[in-house]
Write a protein that binds this ligand. Sequence first.
Ligand code: PRP
Ligand code: URA
Length: 220
Amino acid sequence: MSSGRSFRSLHVSQHPAVLHKLALLRNEAVEPKKFRELVREISWLVGYEALADARLQPIRVSTPIEETDGFKLADRIGLVPILRAGLGMVDAMLELMPTAQVWHLGLFRDERTLRPVEYYNKLPDSATVDLCLILDPMLATGGSATAAIEVLKKWGAVQPVRIKLVNLIAAPEGVRAVEAAHPDVDIYTASLDRELNERGYIMPGLGDAGDRQFGTGRSD
Ligand code: PRP
Ligand code: URA
């Protein structure tokens, strides 16, 4: 797997815990229960890295001994999971940022055209957050991510709101597409994989992230 240094906007986690869990996640023998646990654990670790530059406000705090300087989070954080597969990343991110708002966005990829189709969007009329994290385990062609970013930008999330994309596995094709359309959006991922196959699946990837989490897509 590549370190992703050729992409300006891409941050590929090098953390040993991420790399260890990623190999387990890819394993086709892993059942949905374990797969969901791994999605959650890796999301926490990648999300932690994505939040490293969240803004802080200085505060004073009283310990039992004396008063001292401290910080509180200044950014209002928005989590935007892309249904379905992004759902599995929400709990981990809420553990990290318990006050975050969660705005669901329903997008599925038409498997014939590989283009995203929007089917659920209940965002309020104007932006209510300062930093938006789009959550989706897979960045393949980049169609879904690009569409999600466009929705958020129309919502008013361009300025001063910052948008980041948090994935578990990204394909170079998807990173290139997002970087070309939205150079202001940074991408955080556990892995940059080799390429897409002719059906738009990431290789080596992990298969269909939604199906593997929710136990669908099997005929047995
Ligand atoms: C998957 C994945 C992304 C999208 C990535 O969702 O979770 O949203 O495909 O592909 P792209 O980069 O080529 O757009 P899918 O459409 O399979 O929907 P699901 O989460 O409901 O299974
Ligand atoms: N969506 C997935 O779930 N997996 C892929 O490899 C590509 C798109």
